[in-house]
Design a protein around this ligand. Structure first.
Ligand code: HEM
Length: 127
C-alpha cells in the first residue's frame, strides 16, 4: 500500500503554482534578481523537480541531474544572509498567493528555512 508523502498532500499542480509564484517574485527582487538568470524558465523547471523529491515524491531532480549537492551547486553564487532572508520572503509570499496554510505550510517553510541557511556561503560585506 502506498504511503502518503507531503508531495501527495500538496499535489503536483499546486507545487508547480508555488514555484511559478516564487520565481516571479525572485525575478523582481532587488537582492536576488542580479544573481539569477534573466530567463527563469529552466531554473523553475529544476526547482519543480527538486521540490518534488524534497517532499517525498518521485526523484525527478536526481534522475536528470544527479545528486543535488545543493550547497556545492550554490557555491558559484554569493549567498549572504540577506539573500537567504529575501529567498524565504519570496517563498512565504508565494505560499500566501496560492493559499497554502496550516501545519503543512509551517513544516514545509521551517524545513526550507534550514536549507536556506545551509546555502549561505558569503559574509554580508564581502560579495
Ligand atoms: C539554483 C540562488 C536557496 C534550490 C539556484 C541558482 C541561484 C540560486 C542563483 C542558479 C539558477 C540558475 O542558474 O538557473 C539561491 C539563493 C538562495 C537559494 C540566493 C538563498 C538561500 C535555495 C534553497 C533551495 C534551492 C533553500 C532548495 C530548497 C535550488 C535548486 C537549483 C537552484 C534545485 C537548481 C540547481 C541546478 O542548477 O541544477 N539557486 N538559492 N535554492 N537552487 Fe537556489
Amino acid at each position: 500500500e502506498k504511503i502518503n508523502t507531503p508531495f501527495d498532500a500538496m499535489g503536483e499542480e499546486r507545487l508547480h503554482q508555488l514555484v511559478d509564484a516564487f520565481y516571479s517574485r525572485v525575478g523582481e527582487h532587488p537582492d536576488l534578481a542580479p544573481i539569477f538568470p534573466s530567463d527563469l524558465t529552466e531554473t523553475a523547471r529544476k526547482q519543480k523537480q527538486f521540490l518534488t523529491q524534497y517532499l517525498g515524491g518521485p526523484s525527478l531532480y536526481t534522475e536528470e541531474h544527479g545528486h543535488p549537492m545543493l550547497r556545492a551547486r550554490h557555491m558559484h553564487f554569493p549567498i549572504t544572509m540577506t539573500r537567504a532572508k529575501a529567498w524565504l520572503t519570496c517563498m512565504s509570499e508565494a505560499m500566501d498567493e496560492i493559499g497554502l496554510e496550516g501545519p503543512f505550510r509551517e513544516d514545509f517553510f521551517a524545513r526550507l528555512g534550514l536549507t536556506a541557511q545551509h546555502m549561505v556561503n558569503t559574509p554580508e560585506n564581502d560579495e
